[in-house]
Design a protein around this ligand. Structure first.
Ligand SMILES: Cc1cc2nc3c(=O)[nH]c(=O)nc-3n(C[C@H](O)[C@H](O)[C@H](O)COP(=O)(O)O)c2cc1C
Length: 198
């Protein structure tokens, strides 16, 4: 993996969006630190395309291109506004269309924004298990920000920036090690974990 592809997926269904700003900040820093190619997909754009299909075999070319981008990314930064104590239904629909084998070993950074700090564990209770299903490698530091952490949809709380720094530092630690273990990339990391515990 010469230049890792770092894909931001933001579950926002409106614009402007604090979640999109947060995910974009993580993607930008990760792309800078890892010399990667960053890209952001917002569900406000993707959901109307993806909801034309209820199953993966119904995807049209535009929808297939979105799912292909998710399945091909080296790193995914996934963020969602908290809606009804979980991630948005639009984001869940996207992952319902992703092949269940496609995210194995992929490094994933989790993020969310909400109206209240009381829902700050949504990343742990809702998002992390989703990627457990996919056998993806979620990084330990998740980033949660409330509306009060933004000014005009820009991150204005330095504590949020510090958590972004920490999550990206964790990503930088796991990415080179995984690459050394296998030129094939993603699945190679999984092999390393298995070998280490054998
Ligand atoms: C339909 C709806 C449901 C929401 N549910 C919650 C919730 O359960 N917990 C919470 O903390 N915030 C909740 N919020 C607030 C949003 O999570 C918060 O405003 C978020 O930062 C919006 O992100 P965005 O700017 O990316 O759209 C809700 C907002 C909407 C519109």
């Amino acid at each position: 993996m010469i230049r890792p592809t770092i894909l931001g997926l933001s579950g926002n269904v409106k614009r402007p969006s604090r979640t999109a700003a947060l995910v974009d900040a993580v993607v930008s820093l990760a792309a800078e630190r890892l010399a990667g190619n960053g890209r952001l997909i917002e569900l406000v754009d993707a959901a109307p395309v993806l909801f034309r299909a209820l199953r993966a075999d119904q995807l049209d070319a535009e929808g297939r291109a979105i799912i292909d981008a998710v399945e091909a990314a080296d790193v995914i930064v996934v963020g969602s506004p908290v809606y009804r104590a979980s991630y948005t239904g639009a984001l869940k629909h996207l992952f319902d269309l992703v092949d269940y084998r496609a995210l194995t070993g992929k490094r994933v950074i989790l993020a969310a924004t909400g109206g209240t700090p009381l829902h700050g564990l949504m990343t742990e209770h809702q998002l992390r298990p989703l990627f457990g299903f996919f056998n993806a490698l979620t990084l330990p530091t998740a980033i949660y920000a409330t509306e009060a952490d933004f000014t005009d949809y820009d991150i204005s709380n330095p504590a949020v920036r510090e958590r972004i720094e920490r999550a990206v530092a964790e990503l930088a630690q796991v990415l080179p090690a995984a690459d050394r273990s296998s030129p094939a990339g993603g699945s190679g990391h999984r092999q390393t974990l298995v070998a280490a515990s054998a």
